[in-house]
Design a protein around this ligand. Structure first.
Ligand code: KG4
Ligand code: ZN
Length: 340
């Protein structure tokens, strides 16, 4: 079955058509980075308005690029949460309108379960597996036995990994979004220049905490644990060293807990997803650690790591198989992961 998926949980207006939960026929992603850059982060109201302006064209383009007509599309899938409520509502309204106008079933998808599904679209078939989902809004470790109901093994207690990259990039005046900017600056720096704390809660826990790492970078840049106002100027060489040392700690912490999750569950396959999974250093460290732990690790291509709607349309094929169809009363569920 061909499914049209819609994703508007944050700052990407995304629509895709996927065949049989596996083959991406089209995937349109309209990024809003330029709109949010001047603010140094996603502004929810700006995101909602941009989704309203872009959603119709994104749907038209995804249908056109798929080469299919509405008669060949079997269902409309949409992310209902977690995410920004105003942004989610735009996608939900568009999905309901299409489902009603075309007479198709409506399927709800969880944004994070969709991230954990994304590797399947790149040929990853293992079950069960551990999934590390690391994005601007979330950091979570799942064991996936059933792709529609991944079980949480650990999650961040405070900042998400991507949020921490974005905030540290801001402190280093590296611009937004911070992840790619940190990665670029880190390429010319020394990862051993500063010893930052790993974003772990304790050796017993599979949870993460990024606030201590973020604060450690702040105090390093402030050069003391007191003081206010703008941060002192730093040289480009120091900026690169701090970026590299921060990236090293963030990626080591993520890799360490992901491999530990595999060890504790006895599961021999790990996938990664979410925007931070694009990070080259994270991929290198995971490759190394998984090799010594004899865990098979799978990295989807970057366009399946960052927010996209193909992962939503793919996951929805499983819901259709199980008859898990929603009605037009479907509402957004923006509840953050840690309150679920
Ligand atoms: O999954 P995503 O596109 O959107 C959310 O659901 O949040 O992830 C965006 C996040 C941003 O915080 C961005 O800075 C981060 O992913 N990111 C990276 C890299 N590319 C994107 N973080 C580290 N290294 C990268 N190369
Ligand atoms: Zn996401």
């Amino acid at each position: 079955m061909n499914i049209l998926g819609i994703e508007t949980s944050c700052d990407e207006t995304a629509v895709a058509v996927v065949a049989d939960g596996r083959t991406v026929l089209s995937s349109v992603v309209a990024s809003q980075d330029d709109l949010h850059r001047p603010f140094g982060g996603v502004v929810p109201e700006v995101a909602s308005r941009a989704h309203c302006e872009r959603i119709t064209a994104a749907i038209e383009e995804a249908v056109r690029a798929s080469g299919l007509g509405p008669e060949s599309i079997g269902a409309i899938a949409v992310v209902r949460g977690p995410g920004l409520v105003g942004a989610l509502l735009v996608g939900l309204s568009a999905a309901k309108a299409l489902a009603l106008a075309w007479g198709k079933p409506l399927v709800a998808a969880d944004h994070l379960h969709a991230h954990a599904y994304a590797p399947v679209l790149a040929g990853f078939d293992e079950l069960p597996h551990v999934a590390l989902v690391v994005s601007g809004g979330h950091t979570v470790l799942y064991i996936v036995r059933d792709r529609l109901a991944p079980e949480i093994l650990g999650a961040t207690l405070d900042d998400a990994a991507g949020e921490c990259f974005d905030k540290v990039a801001h402190m280093l005046s590296l611009g937004y979004p911070g992840g790619p900017a940190i990665a670029a600056a880190a390429a010319g720096g020394n990862p051993r220049a500063v010893s930052f704390p790993l974003p772990l809660v304790s050796r017993d826990s599979l949870d993460f905490s990024f606030s201590g790492l973020k604060t450690a970078v702040y105090y390093r840049l402030r050069r003391s644990s007191t003081g206010r106002g703008p941060l002192p100027q730093i040289s480009d060489a120091e900026r690169r060293d701090v970026a590299a040392s921060f990236q090293e700690a963030a990626c080591k912490g993520l890799a360490d807990r992901a491999v530990e999750a595999c060890r504790r569950t006895g599961v021999g396959a790990l996938s990664v997803g979410g925007g931070v999974a694009c990070n080259r250093r994270l991929r290198e460290i995971l490759t190394e650690e998984c090799r010594s732990a004899q865990v098979k690790v799978f990295f989807p291509p970057p366009q399946l790591c960052t927010d996209n709607a193909a992962m939503v349309a793919g996951l929805a094929a499983l819901s259709m198989e199980r008859g898990a169809i929603s009605n037009l009363n479907l509402d957004a569920d923006p509840t953050p992961l840690r309150s679920r």
